[in-house]
Design a protein around this ligand. Structure first.
Ligand code: BES
Ligand code: MN
Ligand code: ZN
Length: 508
């Protein structure tokens, strides 16, 4: 889909379809009113007849509106003006895009960026509009022999801005929205692929493909022999039962000043999690193909970062493994030595994410990072604690936690912080090694997993995102969400803006 911005009055648009908002109950939005005045009150008359209440989810397609230059008008219900928040705005755009797809229009001029969304500016609305339209059009039918995609002639969406002065801002918002949506799409595609296709080797190939597309990205893939040499005993313990070779994928994006410290994104890449010898129950086990969604979000965020050419140094680290039972698999009770030198008693082989991440986090020390953020579908307990709306957030550095909260709000991809207090740590005590990989009790599972990781992050600012509840949807709408690509991209956009401000100050 192509997106552009344009200023100008709705009645002047010679387009296949004009999209206008109607509030409940039957009140025209500003743009709709303007259009209506120019067309002799046709819309007002129609609403008075009761054809559209203006409730969210409603829409009405009109042809041959008297004196209009456009071929069609799509009226979209926007609900009550004072209820118009983030969520509602996205719903409205989702509905508008779905309704547009059912028309024969090849392009549309959309006047919904003038809706007053509480606390949000034009840039936000345009970016969200792009993301919502792409979201509504996403299908994963690669592996269906009959594609269910209907005839969809819509190719171009033109988003309105109030005047010529707002064009540059609008264009930048479109660029950001397009880059984020493309990052979300690759994260969804990788998540949705079946585990017999999306293996650690496949993830490594995708990283290479991304680097071919964006020359600012460089890839290196560490193979098992190298991981062995480095001493990544915890990571290797997870892959032992699998016939698929493990990989540690590293992506380098270096468009920042040479002496600027890199931001590291580390994503859990378990391409299938059976639990290993501590085998999971059968119900819903297919969903453990999504256990690499952290890895997918790192690829998506780096793609967005490269497309936006952000002046930053960013490193993506992806430990990619398959967690399988087998005669060579790690047993409960096995003790391994992590890259940090700390020993770990593996009491449950299903707590594997923290094992691959702890070695990856220690490895990140080498790059003297500005901050390290790991992203992982780490614990079912996080879903119990927070449900499926926010990502769980943990950090050893309050300003970093704050920056992620701010980015989550700005990108409408929210986090909720959970505590990482010392009080919890003793739960990981082991009688036989430096620590156990699970707590001795059942309480606070998401926190205990984060406590485990925190023991490998003493040398840098670190945050952990537990995306177990947010990376995919279950049930009828089962599928990857592409989250937290918007959050991560926003975080990087914010860092780029912050550096720019600091450079500006330094120059004075
Ligand atoms: N990948 C799972 C976490 C998970 C489970 C995410 C269900 C989303 C839905 C992780 O590897 C795991 O198995 N965690 C265990 C940890 C436990 C053994 C301490 C869990 O959450 O049950
Ligand atoms: Mn597991
Ligand atoms: Zn897992």
């Amino acid at each position: 889909m192509e997106f552009t911005v344009k200023s100008g009055n709705p009645e002047k648009q010679r387009t296949a379809c004009l999209v206008l908002g109607v509030y409940e109950s039957r009140r025209l939005t500003l743009a709709a009113e303007q259009f209506d005045a120019a067309c002799g009150g046709a819309l007002g008359a129609l609403l008075r007849r009761g054809d559209l209440e203006g409730k969210p989810g409603q829409s009405l397609l009109l042809f041959n509106v008297p004196e209009a230059l456009c071929e069609r008008v799509l009226l979209v219900g926007c609900g009550r003006e004072r209820d118009l928040d983030d969520r509602r705005f996205r719903q409205i755009l989702h509905h508008a895009a779905t309704a547009l797809d059912d028309t024969g229009a090849t392009e549309a001029v959309v006047y919904l960026s003038d809706l007053a969304v509480k606390g949000r500016d034009l840039r936000w609305k345009i970016r969200q509009a792009v993301e919502a339209v792409e979201e509504s059009r996403y299908r994963f039918d690669l592996l269906k022999s009959k594609k269910d995609a209907p005839r969809r002639p819509l190719r171009k969406i033109i988003l309105s801005v109030p005047g010529r002065r707002e064009l540059p801002e609008g264009e930048q918002a479109v660029r950001e929205g397009v880059a984020i949506a493309a990052g979300v799409k690759i994260a969804k595609d990788l998540g949705n692929l079946p585990p017999n296709i999306c293996t650690p080797t496949y993830l490594a190939e995708q990283a290479h493909a991304l680097a071919r597309e964006f020359p600012a990205l460089r890839v290196a893939v560490l193979e098992e022999a190298e991981l062995e040499q480095l001493g990544m005993g915890a990571l290797l313990a997870v892959t032992r039962g699998s016939a698929q070779p493990a990989k540690l994928i590293r992506l380098d994006y270096g468009r920042g000043p040479e002496k600027q410290k890199p931001y590291v994104l580390a994503g859990k890449g378990v391409t299938f999690d059976t639990g290993g010898i501590s085998l999971k129950g059968g119900e819903g086990m297919d969903e453990m193909k999504f256990d690499m969604c952290g890895a997918a979000s790192v690829l998506g965020a780096l793609r967005a970062c490269a497309e936006l050419q952000l002046p930053l140094n960013v490193i993506g680290l992806i430990p990619a493994v398959e967690n399988m039972p087998g005669s060579r698999a790690t047993r409960p009770g096995d003790i391994v030595t992590s890259l940090s030198g700390q020993t770990v008693e593996i009491l449950n082989t299903d707590a594997e994410g923290r094992l691959i991440l702890c070695d990856t986090l220690t490895y990140a020390e080498r790059d003297d990072p500005a901050a390290v953020i790991d992203i992982a579908t780490l614990t079912g307990a996080c879903i119990v604690a927070l449900g499926r709306h926010p990502h769980g957030l943990f950090s050893n550095h309050p300003p970093l936690a704050h920056a992620l909260q701010a980015a989550g709000h700005a990108a409408a991809d929210r986090v909720w912080e959970l505590p990482l207090w010392e009080d919890y740590q003793e739960g990981l005590d082991s009688n036989f090694a430096d620590m156990a990989n699970i707590a001795s009790h059942k309480d606070g599972g998401a926190i205990m997993a984060a406590c485990f990781l925190s023991r490998f992050t003493k040398k840098f600012h670190w945050a952990h995102l537990d995306i177990a509840g947010t990376a995919w949807k279950t049930g009828k709408a089962k599928g990857a969400t592409g989250r937290p690509v918007p959050l991560l991209t926003q975080y990087l956009l914010d860092r780029a803006a912050e550096n720019e401000r600091e450079d500006g100050r330094a120059a004075h």
